[in-house]
Design a protein around this ligand. Structure first.
Ligand SMILES: C[S@@+](CC[C@H](N)C(=O)[O-])C[C@H]1O[C@@H](n2cnc3c(N)ncnc32)[C@H](O)[C@@H]1O
Length: 249
């Protein structure tokens, strides 16, 4: 069954070919739709076993349209979402209002210079954080996370596992070499491991329900090769492997 075309769809390209910066700036609603597709398991179910969120203040770095912030808000006292992209932050504020959530706030800021006081939160968390692109950026984020987090608090980073960019379609999207700039997960994993982080992995299936829906959200982001594959194979689910890195402060 086809989806109705809306005014917003007119002039929209078929795909942004992995340009996440363009996605966050111009298509925040597509990111929100992509990440709202139900998963068989959420990162927070794993994180809850590592860290107790009850009555805690948590910084959610790279909070995007608020999906990760809202998940944490279900357990914590207060969640402060830090997000640089205005379009994403504005959508998060709207989403929080619609959900009538009172224990979330959003601030403009970057992982490399977090606009929070020293020792002001119990945990700094980044769920598929947007700055995990180079060793230097990750190191800056970790030193900022250490600064804002109280002693015995936690730093938690949730990312797609190395070589799982795009989930089980990674071989289709990246090709055999997988040495393109898209293997940022490998860089994040290596850097965090060297910095003394432990990790836990888990698998989760994302259910899109229809081929149209997977093409218009996942395909829009991950490109033509992914679109061709899901159409040819009538695929409506994506299997992901995630890696949660964590360390006490
Ligand atoms: C993949 S999204 C994750 C959003 C949210 N945490 C979630 O789970 O849906 C990454 C977000 O990080 C933001 N971002 C990009 N660069 C950043 C930086 N240097 N510091 C903090 N956030 C950044 C992006 O704008 C985007 O909203």
């Amino acid at each position: 069954m086809g989806c109705a075309t809306t005014v917003k769809d007119i002039g929209r390209p078929e795909t942004i070919e992995n340009r996440w910066d363009i996605l966050y700036r111009d298509y925040p609603e597509v990111y929100d739709e992509f990440t709202s597709v139900p998963y068989s398991k959420s990162w927070i179910e794993v994180a809850k076993k590592l860290f107790s969120f009850g009555n805690k203040t948590i910084a959610d770095i790279g909070s995007g349209s608020g999906i990760s912030t809202f998940e944490i808000a279900g357990y914590a006292r207060l969640v402060i979402g830090i997000e640089p992209e205005d379009a994403m932050r504005e959508l998060a504020v709207e989403n929080a209002k619609a959900k009538k959530l009172e224990n979330v706030i959003f601030k403009k800021g970057w992982a490399e210079s977090i606009p929070l006081d020293d020792n002001s939160v119990d945990a700094a968390i980044a769920v598929t954080g947007g700055n995990f692109s180079s060793r230097e950026n990750i190191s800056k984020f970790i030193s900022e996370a250490e600064r804002i987090t109280k002693r015995y608090g936690y730093i938690i980073a949730v990312n797609v596992a190395p070589r799982w960019y795009g989930g089980d379609l990674a071989p289709v999207i990246l090709g055999k070499g997988r040495t393109t700039g898209l293997d940022i997960e490998g860089v994040a994993d290596e850097t965090l491991t060297q910095m003394g982080f432990s990790h836990q992995d888990y698998y989760s299936i994302q259910y899109y329900r229809t081929v149209d829906k997977i093409v218009q959200t996942y395909g829009f982001i991950f490109g033509r090769k992914a679109i061709k594959y899901v159409k040819e194979h009538q695929k409506t689910t994506i299997n992901w492997k995630f890696r949660i890195h964590y360390r006490e402060v």
